[in-house]
Design a protein around this ligand. Structure first.
Ligand code: OAD
Length: 228
C-alpha cells in the first residue's frame, strides 16, 4: 500500500456504466423488467434451464463488446495519480479495467470469464471472437458456466472488500440502488473518520453523514473532484 497517498475507495454499481449504454437492473426498462431475475441470474434458475442462462450472458457480452468506458470510469482511473485508489464493483463488465483502473474487486463476477462446472478454481477468459457459450461448450476439457455470482450463492470477494473499506480515508459510492446484499452493507464498515460521498441521479436513502451528489456518473465525478 502507498503510505503517502490517501486511500480512496469507489463502490460502484450498474449506474456507473449507464452512460456507456449498458442497461441498469432496476431503473425503468432495466434488465430485471425484461428478464425474470430468478430465471437468468440465480443458482436455481441455472439448474432448471442452463441454456437460457447461457443465452442471457451471451447477450450481455455482445452488449459489452459494443460499449466503451465513459468519462466517469476515466476520471476514477485518473485519480490514481493523487490517491491510492481501489474500485470495488458490483458490475460484471470490464469498463473500469479498460478505463485504466488498476486495483479492482468484482463482487459479482466477470462477464468475459467462465469457469469449469466441476472445478471452480479453473477460470477462463473468453476472447472477443468467441463470446458465446452453451451447456455443451467444453473448454480445456471442462463444461463451463458464467463466472457470475448468482443469487443464492456466496459472495467470496466480500471479505477482502470489507478490509479495504475499513481502511479507506474517502469512500465514494456511484450508481447503485443499494438493495443487493452483502454489497449494500459495505458502507457500514467505513471508519467513523472516513469522508463519504454518493453519486447517483436517483439516490437511495443513506445516513446523513454521506454527502449526496445527485448527478450521473460523469458529471458527479467532476463535482467530486472539485470537492476533494
Ligand atoms: P440497480 O439497477 O439496482 O441500480 C442502478 C442505480 O444506478 C440506481 O440507483 C440509478 O439511480 C443509478 N443510475 C442510473 N443512471 C445513472 C447514471 N447515469 N449515473 C449514475 N447512476 C445512475 O443496479 P445495482 O445497484 O448495481 O447483481 O444492482 C446491484 C446488483 O443487482 C447487480 O450487481 C446485479 C443485480 O441483480 C447480479 O446480477 C448478481
Amino acid at each position: 500500500m502507498d503510505t503517502k497517498k490517501k486511500k480512496l475507495v469507489f463502490l460502484t454499481g450498474a449506474g456507473m456504466s449507464a452512460e456507456s449504454g449498458i442497461r441498469t437492473f432496476r431503473d425503468s426498462n432495466g434488465l430485471w423488467e425484461n428478464y425474470p431475475v430468478m430465471d437468468v441470474a440465480s443458482a436455481d434458475g441455472f439448474a432448471r434451464n442452463p441454456k437460457l442462462v447461457h443465452q442471457f450472458y451471451n447477450m450481455r457480452r455482445a452488449d459489452l463488446l459494443k460499449a466503451e468506458p465513459n468519462e466517469g470510469h476515466r476520471l476514477v482511473a485518473q485519480l490514481e495519480k493523487d490517491y491510492d485508489v481501489y474500485v470495488i464493483t458490483q458490475n460484471v463488465d470490464n469498463l473500469h479495467e479498460r478505463a485504466g483502473s488498476s486495483k479492482i474487486i468484482h463482487l459479482h463476477g466477470e462477464l468475459m470469464k467462465v469457469r469449469a462446472l466441476d472445478d471452480e478454481s479453473k477460470v477462463y477468459e473468453l476472447k472477443a471472437g468467441a463470446i458465446e457459450t452453451t451447456p455443451e461448450t467444453i473448454i480445456d476439457g471442462h463444461h463451463v458456466r458464467p463466472h457470475i455470482v448468482f443469487f443464492q450463492e456466496a459472495v467470496p470477494m466480500i471479505e477482502p472488500a470489507i478490509e479495504i473499506v475499513q481502511q479507506a480515508d474517502i469512500i465514494v459510492v456511484i450508481g447503485t440502488s443499494l438493495v443487493v446484499y452483502p454489497a449494500a452493507s459495505l458502507l457500514n464498515f467505513a471508519s467513523p473518520t472516513a469522508q463519504l460521498f454518493y453519486i447517483d441521479p436517483n439516490p437511495a436513502i443513506v445516513p446523513s453523514r454521506v454527502t449526496v451528489i445527485k448527478k450521473g456518473a460523469s458529471e458527479g465525478m467532476k463535482e467530486l473532484i472539485e470537492r476533494l
